[in-house]
Design a protein around this ligand. Structure first.
Ligand SMILES: [Zn+2]
Length: 246
């Protein structure tokens, strides 16, 4: 089983686990767990959550994925001590997860709208900043595309009751359903694709390993605040607001 729990249980925020390894690197503690609810791929820093053990707590500031060890590395500040073999509870900060999930889900929504509007394949790349997100759409629009069209089409989805489905598909079926476009995007070695789909919409599912909100009702407002570029390299800047996770 993959040690990254969020892939299979995307909306679970806490998990009992066990400490596998602890090391001190340049004044910062790094902890490896048997399994982890944290998502390691998100690069942004800040308070990410806590790992609580019988003798101490790690405040998690950063989570990275070590491909060689096939393990998430939780880095941060230690209070007390965590030791290999300790039973712990790993807790993702709900507000951080919701923030990242909302922005990330909206990036899929904008990409899907662009894909449908311009009948072209796009790949969205999201960069998060304190004040909002930047979504770069890499694709094949073949003509200058205006963000106003996206903003107009977006209106009906803001706050709509649209569940965000996450499931896995074998590669062949995933290619059929997501689009052949992704053949060159997802490595051949990935036999099972994790895909994300907006239920009840005409949008195609999207292969993705990120974090999401469970329903678009969790996103209260989406505002496109700027754009630059056009055609096959369009950057949309946006803000969104979201209902706090309960
Ligand atoms: Zn995603």
């Amino acid at each position: 089983m993959d040690a990254r729990l969020y892939l299979a249980k995307p909306f679970e925020l806490a998990s009992p686990s066990e400490v596998v390894k602890v090391r001190l690197r340049k004044g910062e503690y790094q902890v490896v767990l048997r399994e982890s609810p944290f998502e390691p791929e998100n690069p942004e820093g800040g308070r990410r959550g806590r790992i609580e053990g019988p003798h101490g707590t790690l405040t998690v500031r950063r989570v990275t994925w070590d491909g060689n060890q096939r393990a998430a590395i939780h880095s941060g500040e230690m209070e007390g001590e965590l030791r290999a073999g300790d039973d712990v509870v790993a807790k993702v900060d709900p507000s951080v997860r919701r923030h990242n999930g909302a922005y990330h889900t909206v990036s899929h929504l904008l990409t899907s709208i662009a894909r449908e509007l311009w009948r072209a394949d796009f790949l969205g790349k999201l960069a998060l900043a304190d004040f909002g997100g930047f979504l770069t759409l890499f694709g094949q629009a073949g003509r200058a595309a205006g963000w106003q069209e996206v903003a107009a089409a977006l209106e009906r989805y803001i706050g709509a009751d649209i569940p965000v489905l996450i499931y896995s598909l074998p590669r062949g079926e995933a290619l059929e359903r997501c689009g052949r476009f992704f053949e060159s995007v997802v490595p051949n070695s990935v036999a099972e694709w994790r895909v994300v789909q907006f239920e009840g919409t005409s949008f195609l599912p999207i292969p993705c390993g990120g974090v999401h909100v469970p329903n678009l009702t969790a996103v209260r407002g989406i505002e496109i605040t700027g754009s630059r570029g056009s055609g096959d390299n369009l950057v949309l800047q946006y803000k969104c607001d979201y209902v706090p996770a309960s």
